[in-house]
Design a protein around this ligand. Structure first.
Ligand code: ADP
Length: 271
């Protein structure tokens, strides 16, 4: 039991029904996510990851069982989906594809404006969130998002979500398609967002090195079941079981490099 979980699922089942065909995509999922933590949901394609996270912002409702997010019962009739979606931000795959405004400022301001905040509040949020992702407003605000590199554009998309001050941020394969530098930068700014805003981060990822470097806690899904949960260290020490679920612990060299980047003093002779 976690003292102050922000997400709790109890006996969560989800069944997709189309005509006579039904598919049990989630089977009796029980989990808790601590407020302010960074967790990752991992598993091969089709294991149920996106079905699970779509319950966290109310895109899907439980077929059975319950999902509580920041005190909101997602399955309740009459649930305030607007309130839920303001608290739960979502960055989809390749989010830079959704940038469309003429300026970076306008793009980041889009979400807060839709929340009907005052002009000064919108401006303050845009400035703060562009700062968080390392693209200071005075330098980048007036530029077009299309002048930026792929990695920078993705950080603009991240700033747009952060500007809504979500309590929970869900990221689906956040660094897919970026080069090594773009990935490292994205992680840096994500960590900064976590520190500055205290936002709880939920990653959906295939990339074991990514989850090893970022997440405090991992949840492994396999065929709709939650089959393992624990720290990256404990999960990766069970490499045989991971292989059964179609996953592999990150290559050791890569892991050591990441831990060193993260500030651990691991002697160079250790490989
Ligand atoms: P993942 O995100 O791990 O790839 P999904 O949650 O997308 O897994 O899918 C879990 C299972 O549910 C898969 O077998 C998938 O084919 C099935 N599924 C997903 N979406 C639908 C849908 N809209 N209708 C029917 N089956 C679906």
């Amino acid at each position: 039991m976690i003292s102050e979980p922000i997400v709790v699922t109890q006996h969560l089942f989800h069944t997709y029904q189309s005509g006579a065909i039904s598919k049990d995509a989630l089977i009796d999922i029980n989990l808790e996510i601590a407020r302010g933590s960074c967790v990752a949901i991992i598993g091969v394609t089709g294991s149920g990851k996106s079905t699970l996270v779509q319950h966290f912002n109310g895109l899907l409702r439980p077929t059975q069982g319950s999902v509580l997010v920041d005190g909101i019962d997602v399955g309740a009739s009459g649930v305030d989906l607007r309130a839920l979606r303001q608290r739960v931000g979502m960055l989809f795959q390749f989010p830079e594809g959704q940038l469309f405004e003429r300026s970076i400022f306008a793009d980041v301001a889009f979400g807060p404006q839709r929340m009907k905040l005052g002009r000064h509040e919108v401006r303050a949020r845009v400035i703060a969130s562009l700062d968080t992702v390392g693209l200071p407003c005075h330098e980048y605000g007036k530029r077009s998002p299309f002048d930026l590199s792929g990695g920078q554009r993705r950080r603009v998309a991240l700033a747009g979500v952060l500007a809504m001050l979500p309590h929970v941020l869900i990221l689906d394969e956040p660094t897919v398609g970026l080069d090594a530098d773009g990935r490292a930068e994205f992680y840096t700014y994500l960590r900064r967002a976590q520190e500055l805003q205290g936002v709880t981060i939920i990653l959906v990822s295939h990339d074991m090195a990514e989850v090893a470097s970022l997440a405090d806690q991992l949840f492994v899904l396999h065929d709709g079941h939650l089959v393992m949960q624990g720290t990256p260290r404990s999960i990766f020490s069970e490499s045989e079981r991971l292989r059964q679920y179609g996953l592999a612990a990150p290559p050791l060299g890569e892991l050591l490099a990441l831990l060193r980047t993260g500030g651990l003093a691991i002697p160079e002779e250790i490989f």
